[in-house]
Design a protein around this ligand. Structure first.
Ligand code: ATP
Ligand code: MG
Length: 231
């Protein structure tokens, strides 16, 4: 479904992604772990077209999207839940969703999203700035869904959230998988990654250094942690 091969991305002269390879089958959830600054956000931004990769391919089905502008990537069916949520603070919940709905949603229309996220339904006329961190995160997810994506990219959605809200997020991500949405989840929260991931990647200095199905990762977890994730 989503296949990234040999992705190289630069910020100025900084060679950030050094040949990233990644593959997720339809309806699968891939969790990408990695220490601060290894290039996780750059990977999702490169897939989304927000930073154009200098070389490499980003396949969505049979289409290579590398080098496409973000709006084209979005139209092709990829949605992005950015680090820090990026909610419009002065717009209401409903208007935050409306600005993202470029064409009438068929799979995830507004009513369905408000059903899926009752807290947002309760707060529909509240401004973005009046929402809790958890509500903002759910709004960011709803805003991505209203574009009817086939692939969702999550960048550290659990950041700053209480454990109860993280559990809610696990439920939402499972629901997406049940609906056949393919998910790429960048996370530092190992528990969340393990709770939802079908496959686990570990990124080190601009490359994927480890890839395993979740069952194998669980057997190797401590070794992987000390080898790639320890400070
Ligand atoms: N806009 C930018 N301009 C220049 N360098 C950048 C920019 N954004 C990120 N970098 C650098 O690129 C490298 C990778 O950053 P990136 O944000 O992809 O890491 P990350 O794995 O998402 O880290 P974190 O866990 O802190 O979110 C870092 O060295 C960072 O300093
Ligand atoms: Mg990041």
């Amino acid at each position: 479904m989503l296949r990234v091969t040999g992705l190289n991305t630069y910020y100025g002269t900084g060679h950030i992604l050094q040949g990233v390879d990644l593959e997720i089958e339809k309806g699968q959830i891939a969790a990408v772990l990695g220490r601060n600054g290894v290039g996780k956000t750059t990977t999702v931004r490169s897939i989304m077209g927000l930073v154009p990769p200098r070389s490499g391919e980003v396949w969505l089905g049979d289409t290579n999207m590398a080098g496409w502008a973000p709006y084209r990537v979005a139209r092709a069916g990829v949605a992005y839940v950015p680090e820090g949520r990026m909610i419009f603070p002065d717009l209401t919940v409903i208007d935050n969703l409306r600005v993202a709905e470029r064409r009438p949603a068929k799979i995830w229309p507004m009513e369905r999203l408000l059903e899926l996220f009752p807290a947002l339904a309760d707060r529909r006329t509240h401004k973005g700035s009046q929402l809790s961190g958890g509500e903002q995160q759910m709004l960011a997810v709803a805003r991505a869904l209203i574009t009817d994506p086939t692939v969702m990219l999550f960048d550290e959605p659990s950041q700053g959230l209480a454990p109860l809200v993280v559990r809610e997020l696990v439920g939402v991500i499972h629901r997406l998988r049940d609906e056949g949405v393919t998910v790429l989840l960048v996370e530092q929260n190992l528990k969340l990654a393990e709770a939802v991931g079908d496959i686990v990647y570990v990124m080190v200095k601009g490359r994927m250094m480890y890839r395993a199905p979740i069952a194998q990762f669980q057997l190797e977890r401590e070794a992987v942690k000390s080898k790639y994730l320890a400070l």
